[in-house]
Design a protein around this ligand. Structure first.
Ligand SMILES: NC(=O)c1ccc[n+]([C@@H]2O[C@H](COP(=O)([O-])OP(=O)(O)OC[C@H]3O[C@@H](n4cnc5c(N)ncnc54)[C@H](O)[C@@H]3O)[C@@H](O)[C@H]2O)c1
Ligand SMILES: [Zn+2]
Length: 385
């Protein structure tokens, strides 16, 4: 027998910038970043993929990018923007990935080039995946435009699309080259997309930072009234907790532990059962409410603490129940979802619940009876009681 044991490690680093009006001529952040990584012997190409939902609300965005790049030496802007329909549709087939790969080929976007993606979490997940497989990986820069993508999905390392009827069935763990969170995009979100992303902040507060959870409670009114300052602070803190978790834990999720998936085992199933009419953040609100009540049913949380979380969702206008949550035990879609999640993890369930407000704890079994009681609790819930 002969053997060569191979081992090496790769250091990943990427900055997450917070700014406003990224492509204003007076904002040199993006240009400085590109120049810092410029190789003078090479003309770097830059291909933009943009969410149509963004261009519809920011009609001068494309011309601002053109003007911005005219002043930049060493970079060639691909003068055709790849504009794609945003929302879950972007992730529900391989077609948009194929479109981006064709553009990468057609415009000679090589491994010294950049793919810059401007859009919500769905476009980012899909287009970052395309960039991560083109030429075995082209540098991608993320410019998230929703609350959820700025505080959660856009700052992490996961890319992917839904295939075979399963969320994120095909994808990659490839970190971005940089992330630019531009608060100017948030103004044009509709009310549902504005508030839905707050669920992910409540999630990290509940599993990792009680003070942050409390901060969200205290600023719930300002957040529902669309106060930009509070939302920017929420996004910053949520992104910070997220990044800290990724760098200190298991960034490429080789183990079964997924604390950041708190509230998500049912959320992913509910999104799909509702044909994605339920936004990801809305589904996460329901999923968290369910896991919070379950955490109460197994005596980890007091009734009062469980109600604090549920009342916060209600105050923010987020849902805590859905028609696809039923207490019928045969063929219950959520129980099927639980099994799918178990399969996804390789046979052993690993679900984060709450040990107390501000601290998550892993469990390997879910008690069906208590889960049904939790569903019923949410169906009967009346904030006044
Ligand atoms: N990769 C990860 O780690 C991760 C984590 C959480 C969620 N996600 C994924 O993120 C997706 C949800 O992302 P999302 O909540 O950002 O929503 P989204 O990407 O589905 O976008 C929602 C809608 O808003 C529009 N839009 C985007 N930016 C806008 C703006 N500035 N103004 C007006 N309209 C705008 C889009 O066109 C779309 O119609 C889901 O697919 C979810 O699975 C991924
Ligand atoms: Zn999520």
């Amino acid at each position: 027998m002969r053997i060569i044991n191979q081992a090496f490690s790769v250091d990943f680093q990427y900055p997450v910038y917070f700014t406003n009006d990224l492509f204003a001529a007076s904002n040199s952040l993006f240009a400085n970043f590109l120049n810092k990584h410029r190789n003078e012997a090479i003309q770097h190409k830059v291909l933009f993929v943009i969410d149509k939902g963004v261009t519809a609300h920011h009609p001068t965005l494309k011309s601002s990018i053109f003007t911005y790049f005219k002043a930049l030496n060493g970079f060639t802007l691909v003068d055709t923007f790849i504009e794609l329909t945003g929302g879950e549709e972007a992730k529900n087939s391989y077609k948009p990935v194929d479109e981006i790969l064709s553009a990468i080929d057609k415009y000679g976007v090589d491994r010294h080039s950049y793919v810059c993606i401007i859009g919500g979490g769905a476009i980012l997940d899909m287009a970052c995946f395309a960039a991560s497989i083109g030429h075995r990986g082209i540098r991608h820069i993320r410019i998230p435009t929703t609350v959820l993508s700025q505080n959660d999905s856009g700052v992490g390392v996961k890319n992917g699309i839904n295939l075979e009827g399963k969320k994120n069935f095909v994808g990659s763990f490839v970190p971005p080259f940089a992330v630019f969170n531009d608060s100017g995009f948030l103004n044009t979100l509709d009310d549902r997309n504005w508030i839905a992303g707050v669920s992910e902040a409540i999630k990290v507060g509940l599993i990792k930072d009680h003070d942050f959870f409390h901060w969200i409670e205290e600023h719930a009114e300002a957040l529902t009234n669309r106060s930009a300052k509070e939302m920017e602070d929420l996004i910053f803190r949520c992104a910070e907790i997220h990044l800290e978790h990724i760098r200190s834990g298991d960034p490429f999720e080789s183990g079964s532990s997924r604390p950041l998936d708190f509230g998500h085992w049912s959320a992913h199933k509910l999104e799909q059962l509702n044909n994605f009419a339920l936004l990801h953040g809305e589904a996460v609100a329901i999923g968290i409410a369910l896991d919070v009540v379950y955490s109460h049913k197994i005596n980890n949380l007091s009734l009062e603490d469980a109600k604090r979380v549920i009342n916060l969702f209600i105050q923010l206008g987020l849902p805590i129940d859905n028609k696809h949550m039923t207490t019928v035990t045969s063929d219950n879609p959520l129980l099927l979802g639980l099994n799918e999640f178990r399969e996804h993890l390789g046979g052993r369930l690993c679900i984060t619940l709450l040990e107390k407000l501000g601290r998550g704890k892993e469990y390997h079994e879910i008690h069906t009876g208590k889960l049904m009681e939790s569903i019923q609790f949410l169906k009967n819930y009346n904030a006044e009681d």
